[in-house]
Design a protein around this ligand. Structure first.
Ligand code: DLL
Length: 433
């Protein structure tokens, strides 16, 4: 089993790291060519074979993979190992029918948990710590990832999962949690509940590892002040394992990408051209030693900047900035991925036209999520009770599609402004980026 905090790897001189990446990339491309017909066909289409790939400098020759490919190949089309060698799946918080399902061999789980363990160690974690995991467990990668990482470090792990704030606070005080892992918005909610209850003196937290959604530096300061901790960012996505692809160290100036496992590129989201270091663009990952779900050049849609500036912590792995936005239309509301297209599907299924607007805001550090839907002309003369009933029906249908609750308001026909170009479906007032 790999060693979670391989200091020599995290602080490896750049040339040596590049050498390791070259070797792993060459091997991985061969593995994918031999075992993933879907990607082999894409390579053939581009006229590339494994013989063309000698190292990272040849990465640009390989075709991209996008979320649409994952949907097209769903569920087994991108697997690099037979099912008999897989031990786990995880899935995005997204949708029914369009979920991304990622597969893991035991090697992949070990690698992923090592990445999460590095994040915990970088946040000051040792085996003396009590790690309180309040990310969701189950298909979502947050809970299982940090849980596994915490075990590796040897911390006492509290697998609380998300929600049930009363219980969170009880365990936090009774068991003396020292490191909190959850979404930043939930961390703030917990902080406020702690202050409301006046139990600050019973809290032993020293650090938090927060990610899965966008959060600003202001929010970091707020969390740090309210909880009296250091708040560290952590990044990842289901497609590349889950959390831990990148994590912050004590410098808190960007997240070190685990480059022994993932090669990062920044591309122009419109042209696909690879951009020079320091440019702002879309982050693309190549997993160089994952077995079961070995995605090459996967477009994350997250917009950020990479930096190789020397880090005072001594780690040499490249740092990514906080994601500054997304090049697609996915919204992350209370940590759950929501696509406007899913909402549209529900509305159409329920007999409404696609005249709607999504309004997302953040009030008291919690995302609010409202959908204005034009009622059908026939409903206009309906009683208030009937309209309330129709709204409730939509709320239920949306909840079962999205997994989170939205407030629904039926508005008069033709009251939502029409656009001549692309419709403005989403009004995101959160100013996260
Ligand atoms: O959110 C994995 C994760 C769990 C990361 C726990 C960190 C902590 P998905 O549900 O597949 O996976 O969503 C991935 O979430 O492409 C980003 O847009 C966004 N995201 C993840 N971490 C951050 C972060 C998990 N630290 C998508 N800051 C990614 C901003 C983030 N956005």
């Amino acid at each position: 089993m790999a060693n979670y905090y391989q200091k020599e790897i995290e602080t490896m001189p750049y040339e040596q790291l590049r050498q390791l990446q070259n070797e792993r990339l060459v091997k991985q491309v061969r593995h994918v060519w031999d075992n993933v017909p879907y990607y082999r066909a894409k390579m053939q289409e581009k006229g590339v074979t494994p013989d063309d790939i000698h190292g990272v400098e040849d990465l640009h020759k390989l075709p991209f993979l996008k979320k649409d490919d994952l949907r097209e190949a769903y569920p087994y089309g991108l697997m690099g190992k037979p099912l008999s060698e897989c031990v786990r799946i995880q899935s995005t918080s997204g949708t029914t029918g369009k979920r991304v399902v990622a597969f893991y061999t035991q090697h992949d789980i070990d690698l992923w948990e090592d990445c999460c363990a590095r994040a915990i160690v970088a946040a000051g974690g040792t085996k003396e710590d009590v790690v309180h995991v309040a990310y969701g467990y189950g298909l979502f990668t947050g809970g299982p990832g940090l849980n596994g990482g915490s075990h590796r470090v040897g911390c006492l792990t509290l697998p609380l999962s998300s929600g049930n704030t009363e219980r969170q606070l009880q365990f936090m005080t009774d068991l003396g949690s020292t490191i909190l892992c959850c979404t930043p918005s939930y961390a703030l909610y917990l902080a406020e509940s702690i202050h409301e209850k006046g139990i600050q003196d019973q809290i032993k937290l020293k650090a938090g590892i927060f990610g899965a959604e966008a959060w600003t530096e202001d929010m970091r300061r707020d969390i740090e002040n309210k909880l009296g901790i250091k708040a560290y960012d952590i990044y990842g996505l289901t497609e590349t394992s889950g959390p831990g692809v990148a994590y912050e160290c004590e410098a808190q100036t960007g997240m070190h990408i685990n480059e022994d496992h993932f090669i990062a590129e920044i591309i122009d989201p419109d042209t696909g051209e690879v951009l020079p270091e320091g440019s702002k663009g879309e982050l693309v990952f190549t997993a160089i030693d994952k077995e079961a779900f070995p995605l090459l050049r996967y477009r994350t849609r997250d917009i950020c900047v990479l930096s190789r500036e020397k880090c005072p912590c001594g780690r040499t792995h490249v740092k990514m900035s906080k994601p500054m936005g997304r090049s697609d239309d996915m919204l992350i509301i209370r940590g759950v991925n929501v696509f406007p297209s899913q909402i549209e599907t529900v509305l159409l299924q329920q007999g409404y036209a696609a005249n709607y607007q999504i309004i997302v805001d953040r009030v008291n550090n919690t995302d609010t999520f409202e959908i204005m839907v034009e009622m059908n002309p026939g409903m206009f003369s309906d009683s208030l009770a009937k309209i309330t009933q129709a709204e409730k029906q939509l709320v239920d249908a949306l909840k079962s599609m999205l997994g989170i609750a939205a407030k629904v308001k039926l508005v008069t026909p033709k009251s939502i402004t029409r656009s001549e170009g692309k419709a403005v479906r989403v009004i995101d007032k959160r100013k996260l980026y």
